[in-house]
Design a protein around this ligand. Structure first.
Ligand SMILES: *[C@@H]1O[C@H](CO)[C@@H](O)[C@H](O)[C@H]1NC(C)=O
Ligand SMILES: *[C@@H]1O[C@H](CO)[C@@H](O)[C@H](O)[C@H]1NC(C)=O
Ligand SMILES: [Zn+2]
Length: 251
């Protein structure tokens, strides 16, 4: 064997050697399995208020209402659906700092169901880069637009390490239902059983200013703790991953 052969063989051995998982790394990966559809919490006594389609003009208001009510919420945000995500940079930072969960709802809100793995991946990584630039981390939780989990969605989310959240109550705020009609859906579902993960949208004033205060009160009356989606799945450590900012500030 010449020097060159030994050198190549050594390189190959280094490349093939499996790293021994360090315990911290294992802990960071704990929490729900990626790529499987999750519709509600793991345990009773809680409610995970979850809002899609922001950030938008009501994001800061919603943060203030939740925080004042002692509630944690989850924001499934997009890059461009209601204007460029960087326009709401401060509101997002405030939401994150106050302990609300920031999660992904894709970059531009397409129906992922008919898309290639590559296009789905781009939808996720573009939003990741923007969130790293804004709050310093990227999420490990996502809700697919239109709750669309077919085609390549779940396999891609498994590869990317995303926990896929849908819902078990639909407020139908997107379907012209009034806050009062949405409230009835919660009352019909009841406060028992494992915690609910409702579908709501922070892009409607009625959802932010009427339905949310009512829900905070409903939770108090029913002894439900208002927690993030990750928390209601028993995950207090792995809602985010680190990343490197790339200096972008526009969509
Ligand atoms: C940052 O990353 C985004 C998403 O990948 C990309 O579109 C943008 O061009 C990058 N910006 C810079 C300044 O590198
Ligand atoms: C990211 O890195 C910082 C600094 O090393 C660390 O304090 C923080 O816990 C990390 N966050 C995540 C989500 O891994
Ligand atoms: Zn949506």
């Amino acid at each position: 064997m010449g020097f060159k052969t030994i050198f190549v063989a050594t390189l190959a051995a280094v490349a093939l050697a499996k790293p021994i998982p360090d315990p911290l790394h294992v802990i960071r990966q704990s929490g729900p399995v990626a790529g499987q559809v999750i519709t509600r919490c793991n345990a009773p006594g809680q409610l995970a208020l979850a809002y899609d389609d922001g950030p938008y003009q009501y994001t800061q208001q919603l943060v203030d209402i939740l925080t004042a009510g002692g509630a944690k919420g989850t924001f499934f945000v997009t890059g461009t659906l209601y204007g460029c995500i960087y326009n709401q940079r401060t509101a997002l930072q405030n939401a994150y700092k106050a302990g609300h969960q920031i999660a992904s709802h894709t970059w531009s809100h397409p129906n992922l169901g008919g898309m290639s793995t590559n296009d789905i991946t781009n939808q996720m990584t573009r939003l990741e880069q923007a969130l790293i630039n804004i709050i310093g981390v990227k999420p490990t939780y996502m809700r697919p637009p239109y709750l669309s989990t077919g085609g390549n969605v779940l396999s891609t989310m498994r590869t990317l390490g995303y926990r896929v959240i849908t819902n078990d109550i639909d407020s139908e705020d997107w379907n012209r239902k009034s806050p009062q009609q949405s409230q009835q859906k919660f009352q019909q579902a009841g406060a028992g059983g494992n915690g609910h993960i409702p579908l709501m949208h922070e892009t409607y004033s009625g959802t932010v200013n009427t339905l949310t205060p009512w829900l905070i009160n409903w939770a108090k009356n029913n002894n439900l703790k208002l927690v993030t989606v990750a928390e209601c799945l028993g995950d207090t450590t792995s809602a985010y991953k680190n990343g490197t900012a790339n200096g972008s500030s526009s969509c």
